[in-house]
Design a protein around this ligand. Structure first.
Ligand code: FES
Length: 573
């Protein structure tokens, strides 16, 4: 960021006084020459590397490659770590910490002498959290997605990381999988560095970043271990220095049009339902007025072009070889704002106009799509006054209009304790209702919405049932799963009052989710209802519970919406 001919970092390094000495001297213990402090753009490389975030385990090397590009372009790279969120490791859920990581990113950027930032991201939450934080500062910022793993392989078949694990219970019960089978499959599902190689949340977030214009063209699909990913990282290092010189900030790229483009692209790729909650949160930070209904209005009539698991057959490596997101963007040009500016300073339509498709099995044309009318459907009704969502492309068509008897679980522990009880009164026509999985109640809104079906029904061959919750679902999962019910049960949404045996009506075509209950009965139950005790009384979790917003607003903390810019008015002495 250059103001009045001076970089932001000049305010730290450019002064020949005591504070200039202090700011420069300690940094120089790393061996930087004098001229590094004389007006070179300082580029922060915000690294979400962590051995506890396996999907981002290669980002330490990537930072060195980005630095090469920054130095080539005349910048001064300084790498810094931020809170990293490992989806498969952290308890109770990384979503509880997305906002914490965003705060870390925001304050790390603002407090330091940075002129521009490269965000190194990968696993699910590491992309939205760092973008959210960066938005609240609004410096020139570019995203380098870490890339997916190579395709999973197991006994001659392609298996998707993140998707295969949802079948493990079924494999054990129906195909007599042994421990040895499972061990062989689990390493086969994780063959290289990188994030999940299905169109799960991490791949969705990488595509979101590219569709928003925050990456160089073609970045999202390149596998983590492909040498072309390092080329992209190096070019990104060069480009961020130019962005600083051009003062091309996030707010110039993240316009209303860019958000609408991201929604269109997400429909065409069959992206994760988590896209909704993260995009809402990012919009809230940069000041774009995006609502839940925008996702349905803009996205639900878009043809689905990409045939990737969990909605299709292929994996991210295939997507890259077929041409990746540039082909999708070119195919979608009649639905997109093609003039939206991206980080390379060019329009998104211009960037992708020459892309070629090398496999129409993987990326179809808009005229002959893989599926018609994909996207996210937003449901309304007394069960979800502020909305709920379903991903029709991952659901079972005959269940999309259904009236069924509720089988209710008050908490996830209640579900685990009873779901495989042979005496449980449930059949395939019932609707599984899970409470206590929302932002406040769990806390943190985990990916439990796609709960496994009862063992006895799996053994009978049942493969899908309607499930309703105030939680989320993994982007790698599928099924007729209604998520993000808002308001959540723990704050008194009608979901809290559902009882075993109630009848629920789902009509996705008419966007309706309704609990068949009389006003008198609802009033009687509400009078008896007591909010559950908060799950924490101190520390970050208490802070989160006190400030978190409901799902339809993106589950950001209310005090984090918006931004504070990049100015810091006081020095340290
Ligand atoms: Fe990290 Fe899937 S667990 S991307």
């Amino acid at each position: 960021m250059v103001m009045n001919g001076k970089t932001r970092s000049f305010d730290w390094f450019g002064k020949n006084d005591k504070m200039g000495f202090v700011h420069r001297s300690w940094l120089r213990n790393q061996g930087y020459p004098d001229d590094y402090f004389r007006g070179k753009p300082v580029i922060g490389i915000c690294n979400t590397w962590s051995e506890l975030t396996p999907c981002n385990g290669h980002l330490r090397d990537f930072a060195e490659v980005v630095k090469r590009g920054v130095i080539e372009a005349g910048g001064f790279p300084l790498e810094f770590p931020v809170t990293s969120l490992g989806e498969t490791i952290m308890r109770p859920t990384t979503m509880l910490f997305r906002n914490l990581a965003s705060m870390d990113t925001e304050e790390s950027i603002r407090a330091n002498p940075l002129d521009g930032v490269v965000l190194l991201t990968g696993c699910d939450k590491t992309t939205p959290s760092t973008i959210m934080g960066a938005c609240s500062v609004d410096l020139p910022t570019l995203v380098v997605p870490g890339g997916p793993m190579l395709n999973g392989r197991f006994r001659g078949e392609c298996i998707g990381s993140g998707s295969f694990n949802w079948m493990v219970k079924e494999k054990i019960l129906s195909e007599n999988y042994t421990e040895a089978d499972i061990l062989e499959a689990e390493i086969g599902a994780a063959r290289s560095q990188g994030h999940c190689m299905t169109m799960g949340t991490a791949s969705t977030m990488a595509c979101m970043a590219e569709a928003l214009g925050l990456t160089l063209p073609g970045a999202a699909a390149i596998p983590a271990v492909d040498s072309r990913k390092k080329v992209l990282a190096q070019l990104s290092g060069r480009r961020i220095v130019e962005m600083v010189r051009e003062d091309l900030r996030l707010s110039a790229i993240l316009t209303r049009e860019a958000f609408e483009n991201a929604i269109v692209v997400n429909s065409a790729i069959g992206g994760s339902t988590n896209f909704v909650i993260h995009l809402l949160a990012i919009a809230g930070r940069i000041g774009v007025n995006l609502t839940l209904d925008d996702f349905d209005r803009i996205g639900s009539n878009i043809p689905m072009l990409v045939n990737l698991k969990p909605s299709g057959d292929y994996l991210m490596e295939d997507f890259y070889y077929a041409g990746g997101l540039p082909v999708v963007i070119r195919e979608l040009k009649r639905f997109l704002h093609n003039d939206a500016i991206t980080v390379n300073g060019k329009k998104i339509g211009e960037n992708n106009s020459q892309s070629l498709c090398y496999n129409q099995e993987v990326i179809s044309t808009a005229d002959k799509p893989f599926k018609e009318n994909a996207g996210i459907a937003v449901l309304r009704g007394n069960l979800c006054v502020d909305g709920a969502i379903i991903k029709p492309s991952a659901a079972t068509e005959p269940l999309m209009k259904h009236r069924g008897r509720a089988v209710v679980f008050e908490t996830i522990e209640d579900y685990h304790a009873r779901i495989d009880d042979e005496q449980l009164d449930i059949d395939e026509h019932c609707i599984i209702v899970l409470k206590g999985a929302g932002p406040v109640g769990y806390p943190g809104m985990p990916e439990v919405g796609n709960v496994d079906l009862p063992g006895k029904l799996l053994k009978k061959g049942v493969r899908d049932m309607i499930r309703i919750s105030d939680g989320r679902m993994s982007g790698t999962a599928g099924g007729t799963v209604i998520l993000h019910v808002s308001p959540e049960s723990s704050v008194g949404g009608l979901l809290a009052l559902v009882k075993d045996g109630d009848m629920i009506e789902l009509d996705v075509g008419n966007r309706r989710l309704h609990l068949d209950i009389s006003a008198e009965e609802e009033a009687r139950r509400r009078a008896l209802w007591r909010a559950p005790e908060p799950m924490a009384d101190r520390g970050y979790v208490k802070f989160y519970i006190d400030y978190v917003q409901q799902a339809h607003l993106g589950a950001d903390l209310s005090i984090l919406r918006g931004g504070s810019g990049s100015k810091v008015t006081r020095d340290l002495h």
